[in-house]
Write a protein that binds this ligand. Structure first.
Ligand code: PMP
Length: 394
């Protein structure tokens, strides 16, 4: 073994000793309500396939057609070798769906944040950031070189206090928040945050990765949910969750989108998503625009599951969305709970420190429109059985 790599072996060993080593499960089937996980058929409570589109036949067929017509890869960076018209078409469709002037797509939601934050703020600026924001916001903020001023989670009073503390010390300010927080399932108070952004004349950016296709009319997202059309400067979204495909999007004013085409580094220096992805995303927009049925089913499923979990005596935390944390406390209990659920045929991951604070370990259940009532009932029965066995519920 090379000496140069010794430290990595040591680090990996210490992760294992601390119980922080991530053993990634192997999936042997397409996404859906049920999955083959490590060779076993289990109920899927893990994925972000909110609307069940990840293996929807219309999306698969459209992806095949786009591959036939446009090939498998874009073969270059759009800004250097020209953009395929299908990427522009998808961007027009996304802008229209969200009711904004323009949109620009990226390889993922993660890269959308890495592109946007450094394009909008730099060394002389301040980013006001919710303390529980997603890793891609944190990384994009660091890349920008701007000072990062964190405010209390989903707390407008704390945001205002931090803005006042920083008054006069920066050129531009930018407030950034997750729309729906992925570990707790709570919604940022964007209406109140918008009022503060207006009062202090600060740019406002929301990462709606878990609100896209979930919140608002027909899944149009958090801005629609709060009726803030035209008021939020930057809406980042992902095409990798509710849309069922992969990719990221930034929606907003034409001038911001134009600026990102000039200065968004992942746009300038990395190839775009494939024609198959584009085709599938366009088919997803078609479905979302034609009916609210999937979004309605997602919410009906989420409501049913949460109510039944509460009746059983589980604590589902502060969630008001289909993300359903089942609060358990200590990480070893959450890990054991997840293992026992798997034995019962349910795939639901435990989440502990450092992803969530110590003592707040949980199982995170991701509800989908793909679940039938019988699936949810089967999941509830497994939770009841394991919960009683481990003394979590009476
Ligand atoms: N932002 C948030 C809030 C997210 O939860 C995620 C996904 N975990 C992302 C961005 C990244 O999205 P993608 O998977 O498309 O890169």
């Amino acid at each position: 073994m090379s000496e140069r790599l010794t430290w990595i072996h040591q680090e990996l060993d210490s992760l294992k000793e601390a119980g922080l080593y991530n053993r990634i499960r192997t999936l042997g089937s397409p996404q859906g309500a049920w999955l083959m996980v490590d060779g076993k058929r289990v109920l899927n409570f893990c994925s972000n396939n909110y609307l069940g589109l990840a293996n929807e036949p219309v999306l698969v067929k459209t992806a095949q057609e786009y591959t036939q017509k446009f090939g498998v890869g874009p073969a270059a960076v759009r800004s250097i070798a020209g953009t395929m018209d299908i990427h522009l078409e998808l961007e027009r469709r996304l802008a229209a769906f969200k009711g904004v002037e323009a949109a620009i797509t990226f390889q993922s939601g993660f890269t959308a944040n890495l592109a946007t934050l450094p394009a909008l703020v730099g060394k002389e600026d301040v980013i006001f950031s919710d303390e529980l924001n997603h890793a891609s916001i944190i990384d994009g903020s660091r890349l920008s070189g701007a000072r990062i001023a964190r405010y209390g989670h989903a707390d407008p009073a704390s945001l205002e206090k931090v803005i006042q503390e920083n008054a006069g010390s920066y050129r531009r300010g930018l407030i950034v928040t997750d729309g729906v927080f992925s570990m707790d399932g709570d919604i940022a108070p964007l209406d109140k945050i918008y009022e503060i952004a207006e009062k202090y004349d600060i740019l406002l950016m929301v990462d709606d990765a878990h609100g896209e296709g979930v919140l608002g009319t027909g899944g149009r997202g958090i801005v629609d949910h709060f009726h803030l059309h035209g008021k939020v400067d930057v809406e980042v979204g992902t095409l990798s969750k509710a849309f069922g495909v992969v990719g990221g999007v930034v929606a907003g004013s034409a001038v911001i989108v134009e600026w990102l085409r000039q200065r968004g580094r992942p746009f300038l220096f990395s190839s775009a998503v494939t024609p198959a992805d584009v085709g599938a995303c366009i088919a997803a927009v078609d479905i979302l625009e034609s009916s609210t049925e999937r979004v309605d089913r997602l919410w009906a499923n989420a409501r049913y599951f949460k109510e039944e979990m509460k009746k059983l005596g589980f604590d589902t935390g502060v969630s008001t969305t289909p993300i359903t944390p089942v609060m358990l406390g200590e990480a070893p209990l959450a890990q054991q709970f997840s293992r026992e659920l798997f034995e019962e045929g349910v795939f639901a991951m435990s989440i502990g420190f450092p992803t969530v604070p110590r003592g707040k370990a949980r199982i995170r259940v991701m509800i989908s429109a793909a679940h039938q009532k019988e699936d949810l009932d089967q999941g509830l029965a497994a939770f009841a059985k394991v919960g009683r066995k481990l003394g979590v519920i009476a």
